[in-house]
Design a protein around this ligand. Structure first.
Ligand code: ADP
Ligand code: MG
Length: 777
């Protein structure tokens, strides 16, 4: 039987260009990013009608991340998308999620859906204005699923209810046995067993009812049927044992998997609820959600930072450990950035808010981890896909196991039915279904606690198998702690004026050079003007309107493209600075206004990290950079990459990656995610570094390393390899145990209680094995 066809979705998006003249190039950049993106099967652009048509797999791809990226290069989507998620009850770990995905995707306004049976979480992306989360939840309820309130609303009693019921079931079963042994009237022991049945079926019955209403048979139904059958045959004790063990392992699984969402609740706990807003010199206590961009807030020593912002006044050290996993506090000074969730050490700070609460780094990390846990790994998808086939097979097998011996007259019907029921229990795929999510969720949680964010199980699996890794230079192999070394004004402009204009133009840029310019300007005590019409020109530089002048900042290519030439004097300085190992950019309006030279520092750990990657099985390392070859060579030699390429535009980086993929199969790319979006998406595993790095990196990367340490890449790869080993172990173990039990049941060597013990034991074993990934690296 061929697996069911993957759902795809088709969407046409009207576009708007901020600047007509750059539309071609911006669109080309966007197209390359999209074409290379996993989950997109077709991209068509129509420049004339300004539309973008996409065909994509809505379980892999979301549109809002693309919208945000497009915005930076001057393309606006006419529509806005939102993401939201909710939890399901009555689905549990043990049923398959495809039907729900399909139903939701039939709706036009829903652009992306992932359902994860592991965390019982459904994540949807939908078009803002056309529908909302409430309506989607209502639709889900109509389809016969129960939407559950969020976890934090669940009191501990409820959390342990399942366990209590399981234990009650076990207690009554024991009592029933004891009464039978002690020779009480049979009615008494039957009453006790009936109570055991009620407690044992309390959770399973509604779940089974839900799935029957949807026209599917799930594992709960199978178990209840087996228990009912056992009772019918008079095997009350065995039926109770079955229900007890089933309920117990269900409760334990649930409690265990809740631990995997703890990394998330830890993050949620960091969300500060209130802030001191400074207004006319007075401090007002306000809710953190109500802070607006541009508000000034006071952060006192020992308090958590309530919003992302820029320091206006004050010095302190910030503890970012909860966000990045990095324990050393970071010194901050005026002009520096702060992030919501960080802990302020000793100094009071005055901060200008730069992000709305719903948009700040912490909020996005929380969303990201939530989504990551919602997405399913490929192994899991395979199991999902064959799950229904498997369930049908088991049912038919059971039926055959009754019919064949009965028609052949082999033994009495009661014995035959009993054996078939044992078969039904042992052949249920519980362990198979749970083995992968238990491992993946644990590994994702483990990573998240140390600031290593896998965007989903898929990437955990990819990370374990990449054979080559490409690195961006700036900010990746080098510190990205770039300093301005020289400011060379052209004839007729002051040094400070040049720096002020450049700093203004760079204000909205996320390139590491931008920060360096801002710092240099601050050292000279310059007040930077607010830029207008900022536009990033990836691989070249940027343009912006400052003080009414159209300013260009960038490399030689940018100058050539705009028909500006360096005057002879600057040409000479450019050569000198470059050969001394500096990256040099030019600043121009109608004419070239001057040069700014930068120096960067190679990360001291880079060499060791590359070596460690080799030891982990990464065969080949490559450096790809847009910088000049002179500088690229020096860096490449010092860190010891196997191959390097310089002077690359983003599209060239994509080509290089394509070529690497041909040579090596799976290829990772580590970059900053801003100007490398196409390269990150063109790789099999896009890795972005540094929480302070950039806005877009969180959206475009598959793996985000929150701290600014390259070693985290090694930790991430090691974790992914461990997770992969565990998944394989779990699958092998489950298949082996299930096969042995099936054979035993068919031969009559395994009776119902033994079958139940084997089956549930197997399930708990793989969960426990998966949970080991919560610890260690
Ligand atoms: P890298 O591979 O080193 O990260 P990028 O693609 O980020 O290279 O940038 C390539 C070149 O484009 C830089 O070396 C610089 O000359 C220019 N450039 C990019 N962004 C900026 C910016 N914000 N300000 C000035 N120059 C920039
Ligand atoms: Mg870069």
């Amino acid at each position: 039987m061929p697996p069911p066809k993957l759902p795809t979705k088709h969407i046409r998006l009207p576009l708007q260009f901020r600047e007509r003249e750059n539309a071609d190039r911006a669109l080309d950049y966007l197209m390359r990013t999209l074409e290379a993106h996993r989950g997109i099967t077709q991209v068509d652009v129509d420049l004339e009608h300004a539309t973008l048509a996409l065909t994509y797999d809505p379980r892999v791809f979301g549109l809002e991340q693309v919208r945000k990226m497009a915005q930076r290069i001057g393309i606006e989507f006419a529509r806005k998308f939102r993401r939201g998620s909710f939890r399901l009850g009555g689905m549990g770990l043990r049923s398959f999620a495809q039907a729900l995905e399909r139903h939701l995707l039939d709706e036009d306004a829903i652009t992306s859906v992932t359902v994860n049976p592991g965390s019982s979480r459904v994540t949807v992306e939908y078009e803002d204005g056309r529908t909302d989360l409430g309506r989607i939840e209502q639709r889900v309820a109509e389809l016969g699923y129960a939407v559950r309130p969020e976890e934090r609303l669940e009191p501990w009693l409820k959390r342990y209810l399942e366990l209590a019921l399981a234990l009650a079931c076990g207690g009554f079963a024991l009592l029933g046995f004891a009464l039978g042994q002690l020779g009480a009237a049979p009615a008494w022991s039957t009453i006790s067993f009936v109570l055991a049945y009620i407690a044992g079926a309390w959770e399973a019955a509604p779940e089974s009812y839900h799935s029957l209403r949807r026209g599917t048979v799930d594992i709960h139904t199978l178990m209840l049927a087996a228990a009912a059958g056992a009772a019918g045959l008079g095997h009350w004790g065995e039926g109770s044992t079955l229900l007890f063990l089933f309920a117990l392992s269900g409760a334990l699984e649930q409690l265990a998997l809740q631990r995997t969402s703890r990394a998330l609740s830890d993050l949620v706990a960091l969300k500060p609820s209130d802030a001191w807003r400074v207004e006319n010199g007075e401090e007002l206590a306000v809710l953190a959600e109500t802070l607006q961009i541009g508000d000034r807030i006071r952060i006192k020593p020992g308090e958590r930072v309530p919003a992302d912002g820029q320091i206006v006044e004050g010095h302190s050290a910030l503890d970012l450990s909860a966000l990045t996993g990095e324990s050393t506090p970071v010194e901050v000074v005026p002009g520096g950035e702060v992030f919501a969730g960080a802990l302020n050490h000793h100094g009071a700070l005055l901060v200008r808010v730069t992000k709305q609460a719903s948009d700040n780094t912490l909020a996005r990390i929380i969303e990201l981890v939530q989504q990551a846990q919602a997405g399913r790994a490929p192994t899991q998808r395979i199991i999902d896909r064959f799950g229904s086939v498997y369930a049908a097979t088991v049912l038919s097998l059971t039926l055959l196991a009754v019919l064949v011996p009965w028609l052949l007259g082999l033994g009495d019907l009661r014995a035959i039915v009993y054996r078939a029921m044992t078969l039904l229990v042992v052949a249920s795929p519980c362990a198979l279904v749970i083995s992968t999510p238990a491992s993946i969720l644990s590994a994702i949680a483990n990573g998240a606690r140390r600031g290593i964010l896998f965007k989903g199980g898929v990437y955990l699996e990819t990370a374990a198998t990449v054979r080559a890794i490409a690195f961006d230079k700036t900010g990746t192999l080098t510190r990205g702690r770039i300093r301005v070394t020289d400011v060379v004004p052209a004839e007729g402009i002051e040094r400070d004026e040049l720096l002020r204009l450049t700093g203004g133009a760079e204000r909205n840029s996320e390139h590491p050079m931008a920060r360096a310019v801002a710092e240099a300007a601050k050292r000279r005590g310059l007040e930077l003007p607010e830029p207008q019409d900022f536009m990033a020109l990836p691989g070249r530089g940027l343009r912006a309107r400052v003080d009414g002048r159209a300013v260009l900042v960038g490399n030689q290519l940018l100058l050539r493209e705009h028909g500006r030439t360096l005057p002879a004097a600057l040409e000479q300085r450019h050569r000198e600075l470059t050969s001394a190992g500096n990256s040099v950019v030019a600043v121009a309006d109608d004419r070239v206004l001057g040069l700014i030279a930068f120096a960067d520092e190679i990360r001291p750990e880079a060499r060791a990290v590359l070596q460690a990657l080799r030891e982990l099985g990464v065969e080949h390392t490559v450096m790809l950079t847009g910088d000049q070859p002179e500088i690229a060579r020096a860096v490449a030699e010092q860190v010891g990459v196997d191959e390097w390429h310089a002077g690359l535009l983003p599209e060239h980086k994509v080509e290089r990656l394509r070529e690497l993929r041909q040579r090596f199969g799976r290829v990772g790319m580590v970059g900053d995610g801003v100007n490398d979006a196409p390269a990150l998406t063109a790789s099999d595993l896009g890795v972005a570094m540094g929480v302070a790095g950039a806005d877009v990196s969180l959206e475009t990367a598959d793996l985000v390393l929150m701290s600014d340490h390259l070693e985290q890449l090694v930790t991430a790869l090691r974790l992914s390899r461990r997770a992969r080993r565990t998944v394989i172990q779990n699958l092998a173990l489950s298949v082996a145990i299930i096969s042995v039990l099936i054979a035993g049941a068919l031969l009559g060597a395994v009776n119902l209680p033994l079958g139940v013990v084997g089956h549930e034991g197997n399930t708990l074993l793989v969960v426990a094995n998966g949970l080991r990934l919560l610890r260690g690296d």
